[in-house]
Design a protein around this ligand. Structure first.
Ligand code: F0G
Length: 379
């Protein structure tokens, strides 16, 4: 049976599960890697840009990759409840996978600072949703403390199974391209995802300096899916933050993080040291984007490629475009940008920035509809 049934089943040899582990899955992973057609030319440089559209996961973000693993292991270990702090996407994923498993989910979210779609998800999937008068970093500290006092499993990315699930995005990219990209750009908040991708690329490549063999030493030739020989190179990892929430650019925690990209409104990343190590090992860097640059990129991607991501996700592409233009990313490069979440998650921000441009009220008459078309087409 070659039906795709989620990333644990696909990559089970590379994940900490056994033959009789009960998998908690919603068919996550296997997301499209889309080659951009129109944006690369706008940079004036010759580059290939692909976007990994993680917004097409079951709950609309990359968090499903980590959550299928974390909840599978929590259930295997007998846990009856999970908990997380979240800027919205982790809570949506935790709520969904807990519902699937038949256990409880408790989610701590910053009051008034999560996108509407994400709040709707947590509530709809039946999570016990605790809005705190505080930010993500406050919630994260509370979650770590309460886990010592109550029977709950933390499913934030401090749970190592989360990164194990998320590393599979790198596997998929290498299998699809037949090689590693030269640069992999990601938005960075808590810094779990960039760390997980690096784990994935490292597991899928020969140790630097060793000879590449023809047979796949990754799956040892008995993978049921087509998979390419182990690769000899790894990408430079590039992490982009929102300027108001950029601890990696400031060189340490930021007290009151702010940004329109609420998903990455984080001042004290839990995987800070790991992500620093990713940079030194991969030869990549961190940079920041203003809120306006983030929103402009989100709009550019939607209007010129037909791909709708949430604001935080646009930071990866916005940063890549800037670094291509400046030459920091050289011509001829193959670049992958992760689009971490679906644009539908945050309708308010989207409508807010498009309203005047494309929304117009008219009478329900043939004349007015026709005139609108003729006016737009310049006739
Ligand atoms: N993009 C989106 C859409 C996110 O939701 C997040 C993190 C990130 C990027 C950053 O990933 O934290 O691994 O560096 N969201 C978390 C949450 C914090 O609670 O949903 P990271």
């Amino acid at each position: 049976d070659n039906r795709y049934t989620g990333l644990i089943n696909r990559y089970r040899k590379h994940l900490p599960v056994s033959a009789d582990t009960r998998l908690i899955s919603l068919g996550e992973g296997n997301t499209p890697l889309i080659r951009l057609k129109n944006i690369p030319a706008l940079t004036g440089k010759n580059v290939d840009i692909y976007v990994k559209y993680e917004g097409l996961n079951p709950t609309g973000s990359f968090k499903d990759r980590g959550m299928t693993m974390a909840v599978t292991k929590a259930v295997e270990e007998g846990s009856k409840a999970i908990i997380c702090a979240s800027t919205g996407n982790t809570s949506a994923a935790a709520a969904a996978y807990a519902a699937r498993a038949g256990i409880k989910a408790f989610v701590l979210i910053p009051e008034g600072k999560i996108a509407m779609g994400k709040l709707a998800q947590a509530m709809m999937y039946g999570a016990i949703t605790l809005q705190i008068r505080g930010n993500f970093d406050d919630g994260m500290e509370l979650v770590k403390q309460v886990a010592a006092h109550a029977p709950v499993t933390i499913v934030n990315s401090v749970n190592p199974y989360r990164l194990q699930g998320q590393k599979t995005a790198a596997f998929e990219i290498v299998e699809e391209l037949g090689r590693a990209p030269d640069y992999h750009c990601l938005p960075v908040g808590n810094a779990g995802n960039i760390t997980a991708h690096w784990i994935g690329y490292c597991e899928y490549s020969t140790p630097i300096g060793e000879k590449v063999t023809d047979s796949c030493s990754f799956c040892h030739g008995d993978c049921q899916f087509a998979c390419s020989p182990v690769i000899s190179s790894r990408p430079k990892m590039v992490g982009y933050q929102a300027a108001g929430s950029a601890p990696f650019v400031r060189g340490g925690p930021v007290k009151n993080p702010e940004t329109v990209a609420t998903a990455i409104r984080i001042g004290n990343p839990q995987s800070y040291d790991q992500a620093q190590k990713v940079m030194s090992e991969s030869g990549g860097w961190f940079d920041e984007l203003s809120d306006q640059e983030i929103l402009d990129t989100q709009r550019l991607l939607a209007m010129s490629e037909g791909i709708f991501c949430e604001p935080a996700s646009a930071a990866s592409l916005g940063g890549a475009i800037r670094d291509v233009k400046s030459g920091k990313i050289p011509e001829g490069s193959m670049i992958v940008c992760t689009l971490t979440g679906n644009g539908l998650k945050d309708p308010d921000t989207a409508i807010g920035q498009c309203q005047n441009a494309v929304l117009k009220t008219i009478d329900a008459t043939l004349d007015q509809v026709r005139d609108s078309i003729l006016h737009t087409m310049g006739e």
